[in-house]
Structure formats: structure tokens, C-alpha cells
Design a protein around this ligand. Structure first.
Ligand code: ZN
Length: 348
């Protein structure tokens, strides 16, 4: 099949590649419609590795996908040919201890699309377990379906925060994941969410959503804004979504006593932070790695109209132009939130 292949760091090609397409009894075969370009795909392209995951042989990119079921395995009861679906890109071992505990996202044996050596889905067809394939509600487009994966990370963060109705939250970092976290926090009951960044362009996009208050930290200290607006008490929840070590300086000044810090952004190198600052306020610290048991609920929220991800889709490229899409993504325009790739001959 033709696919977008990352040959080695910095080298992409659209070419034929052998990909397994045997349909097991619990699998479905999906014709891919839309694939989002993710920061991790771009990072493999520009750096050839993310932490311990190192590209050693050519790999197909793409893991944020939606499409149409074209074939179902003999045991599959929940899906039928013609169903529009999106897919969870990680396939855990269902017999693993992590899966049995419901934390299959941290199953050490999970096979995750476009994470070396597992191929991604920038290719016309894929075979996937029905258990990790989710039917799109009729009013959810393929483009929105391909946004469920990054939104699920925001949902996982909001779930970890254990938000109470009316909570005030802070999100550090206004990249695609920061915005997803802010939208999930609002959907989860936050009354308002401060989102901080240095980029006025990124903040302007986030600030279009009701309930999000952009804070340009090139102009104002985040701590000053949060303290002024909370009578010096601090935010109920702080989400770290930038991955920048600098974000950890003075981080606990932002959190109210007994509040929560949720770490979402993945720093490249080890980070030190103020342990006594956290202990003095008895801050609850949570971490987020991907998501588990989130996709169906994310789809329900999108279908309800409570969360609108469409304004975050900046541009759509045809599959034939997918190398251009990656070059554009690697150039990191601050006005680009999500770029998507539409497979040939598909309508959105
Ligand atoms: Zn992603």
C-alpha cells in the first residue's frame, strides 16, 4: 500500500510499503479518511526519536485517525460495514496486569501507532481491534473524529484533576494539547480557565472560546494575574501543558492550598521542582500519559455540542501533499493549531 513513510530523521517519502492487513476475528478493517498531524509525528520527523523511542527503520507516520469500516471479523458484534469510526491508536495486551487494572495506557507492552517500531496510519487502510474502534455519532464529522485522540489527552487530564463544579483552573502552555486541556477542564465543570503562553497568536485562538482567559506571560506574570483574580488564594487546579522546565519555577505559587497540579507536558530532560513548596500547601500531584477509557466519553461531549473542536483545524492537505503538510507543521507557525490530511478521494 502507499503510505507516508519516515525513512530516517528528516526524510519523508510517499511510497509503497508492505503493511499487514490480515483480519483477525476481533478486528475491523477501516478505510482511512482523515489523519491529524501530531506534535509527536513531527518530532520523529525532525529529531528521529522521542525519549527511549528511537527510529531505527522506516516507519509510517500518523496516529490521529478517522475512517469507515469496510470489513468486520467474525466475532465483532459492535460495528458493521459502513460505520464511520475513529480509533484509539494504542493496542494494549488485554491480559496484562495494567489492562486488568483499567490502566491500559501504561501497559508496558502497548503497541502504539507511529511509535517506533509500530507503523502509523497515513495509508489507505488499517486493521484494528474493534474494542479500540469507536463509532462516530451522526453529527460528528471525520475531521472531528480525527481530533478525538488529542482531545482525549485533555479529557484524561481533566479526569485526573477531579474537578469540582466552579473550579478555577490554570493551563500553562497554549499549544494544541494546552487548548485541549482547557476545553476539557471547562467541559468538566471549571468556571474559567487561564491559559498562559508567550505567543499572542496562539493565545488569540484559545481566547475565542468562552471561559478561556488568555495570559501573555511576555507581558504579565501569571502569578500576578491568578492572585489578583482569586484574592491571593490561587487556582484549584494547575495543568502543566508546556513541557518547559521553566514552567516549574514558582509553579506552586499558582496553586491554592490543597489544590492539584496535573502534569501533562513531557519535558525532554529531567526537571527539578520545589518539593517543599508543594508539601507546604499539600498539593495533590497527578500525571497524565495518553488516556484510558476516554474515547467514548470524548465523542459524547463533541456530539453534545459542549465542545467544539472544529475551530482548531487550521488547514487540510490531500494525502498526495502530506510531505508538504509535515514541512508546514515542522515550521511551527503560531497560527496553526491542527493540520489534517485527507485521504485521496474521500470527502469530509
Ligand atoms: Zn497525537
Amino acid at each position: 500500500m502507499e503510505a507516508l513513510v519516515l525513512e530516517q530523521k528528516g526524510v519523508l517519502s510517499l511510497r509503497e510499503i508492505d503493511l499487514p492487513l490480515e483480519l483477525g476475528p476481533d478486528d475491523v478493517k477501516i478505510r482511512i479518511n482523515t489523519v491529524g498531524v501530531c506534535g509527536s509525528d513531527v518530532h520523529y520527523y525532525t529529531h528521529g526519536a522521542i525519549g527511549p523511542f528511537v527510529l531505527r527503520e522506516p516507519m509510517v507516520l500518523g496516529h490521529e485517525a478517522a475512517g469507515t469500516v469496510v470489513e468486520v471479523g467474525e466475532n465483532v458484534q459492535t460495528l458493521a460495514v459502513g460505520d464511520r469510526v475513529c480509533m484509539e491508536p494504542g493496542i494494549p495486551n488485554l491480559s496484562s496486569r495494567a489492562s486488568k487494572l483499567g490502566i491500559y495506557n501504561v501497559d508496558p507492552s502497548v503497541r502504539f501507532w507511529a511509535t517506533p517500531p509500530i507503523h502509523g496510519v497515513l495509508t489507505p487502510f488499517v486493521v484494528h481491534p474493534a474494542a479500540f474502534t469507536y463509532k462516530l455519532p451522526d453529527n460528528v464529522s471525520f475531521a472531528e473524529g480525527a481530533m478525538v485522540e488529542p482531545f482525549a489527552i485533555g479529557m484524561q487530564a481533566a479526569a485526573r484533576a477531579r474537578i469540582s463544579p466552579g473550579d478555577v483552573a490554570v493551563v500553562i502552555g497554549c499549544g494544541p494539547i494546552g487548548i485541549m486541556v482547557a476545553l476539557a477542564a471547562l467541559a468538566g465543570g471549571c468556571s474559567r480557565v487561564y491559559v498562559s503562553d508567550f505567543s499572542a497568536d496562539k493565545l488569540a485562538i484559545a481566547g475565542r472560546y468562552q471561559g478561556i482567559i488568555p495570559v501573555n506571560i511576555g507581558e504579565r506574570a501569571l502569578k500576578d494575574v491568578v492572585h489578583a483574580d482569586t484574592d491571593g488564594w490561587g487556582a484549584d487546579v494547575v495543568f502543566e501543558a508546556s513541557g518547559s522546565p521553566k514552567a516549574y519555577n514558582g509553579l506552586f505559587d499558582l496553586v491554592r492550598p490543597g489544590g492539584a497540579l496535573v502534569m501533562v507536558g513531557l519535558p525532554v530532560d529531567p526537571v527539578t521542582f520545589d518539593v517543599s513548596g508543594a508539601i507546604a500547601k499539600e498539593v495533590r500531584i497527578e500525571t497524565v500519559f495518553r488516556y484510558a477509557n476516554i474515547f467514548d466519553r470524548a465523542l459524547q461531549l463533541i456530539a453534545s455540542g459542549k465542545v467544539d473542536l472544529k475551530p482548531l483545524i487550521t488547514d487540510t492537505f490531500n494525502f498526495n501533499d502530506s510531505i508538504k503538510a509535515f514541512e508546514r507543521a515542522a515550521s511551527a507557525r503560531p497560527t496553526d493549531v491542527k493540520l489534517q490530511i485527507l485521504m485521496e478521494g474521500e470527502g469530509n
